[in-house]
Design a protein around this ligand. Structure first.
Ligand code: C5P
Length: 226
């Protein structure tokens, strides 16, 4: 899109997946590619926004014209998001944040010992960044967007999650059933706290990103830019 409808706005996007270290060489992680977050960052920049992209473990090159902050863990991601959100018009949490992290970090590589069963890995809860920024609202008019992958009762679970997280928009990715037929469909519905639900048909991640920014821009039109 060539519309500069995000000119004068600062938007924050998180992308990728956090890694929670067990020791200097091992971590608990996830398979998030970060591509949706990068598409959101690129499209926002093309629409005139100043973009802060907070990236976790994607291995993707920094997009041109975007401020990129590299993080590893959920705790680091939280710190970077809260800092960037302080003057942000919109925050989009596209990153897959680990719900739990190992309770302890071993300074030296954990060794296997002959004849001993492996020790269980104790986990502790990570902070819920999306819920926290939704509750805090560093600026009163700030628009907060979350992502959720749901396998069944997509809309019901999505609506419930939107309420629990307290964000303005929740992008629900429909995953599951269709996969059993071997296709990689990526239908999404954007749920809004005001009850409006916007289906986004299968297509490139840029198209979903543009829809998200359309909805964000629509919520920002009543407030002054800059
Ligand atoms: O609860 P669930 O993990 O399904 O929610 C997904 C959304 O919440 C995503 O937008 C993700 O970035 C965000 N999230 C978060 N902090 C967490 C877990 C998820 O900000 N600890």
């Amino acid at each position: 899109g060539a519309r500069p409808d995000l000119a004068g706005r600062h938007v924050v996007v998180s992308a990728g997946g956090t890694r929670e270290p067990l020791d200097p060489v091992r971590y608990l992680g996830n398979r998030s590619s970060g591509k949706q977050g990068y598409a959101l960052a690129r499209t926002a920049a093309a629409r005139g926004a100043r973009v802060t992209l907070i990236e976790a473990n994607t291995g993707l090159p920094d997009p041109a014209g975007v401020d990129v902050v590299h993080v590893g863990t959920a705790v680091q991601l939280r710190e970077a998001v809260l800092k960037a959100a302080a003057d942000a018009d919109a925050v989009v949490m596209a990153a897959a944040v680990a719900d739990f992290r190992p309770a302890a970090y071993a300074e030296g590589k954990i060794k296997k010992k002959d004849g001993q069963e492996p020790a269980p890995v104790a986990l502790v809860r990570n902070p819920d960044i999306l819920a926290e920024i939704s509750a805090e609202r560093a600026r009163p008019e700030q628009v907060v967007v979350g992502f959720a992958a749901e396998t069944d009762d997509v809309l019901a679970h999505g609506r419930d999650k939107l309420r629990r997280k307290g964000c303005d928009l929740l992008v629900v990715n429909e995953v599951g059933e269709r996969k059993t037929f071997g296709s990689e469909e990526n239908e999404a519905v954007v749920l809004a706290a005001d009850g409006v639900e916007t289906p986004v048909p299968y297509g490139p991640k840029e198209a979903l990103a543009e829809t998200v920014w359309d909805l964000v821009a629509g919520r920002l039109t009543t407030t002054a830019g800059g």
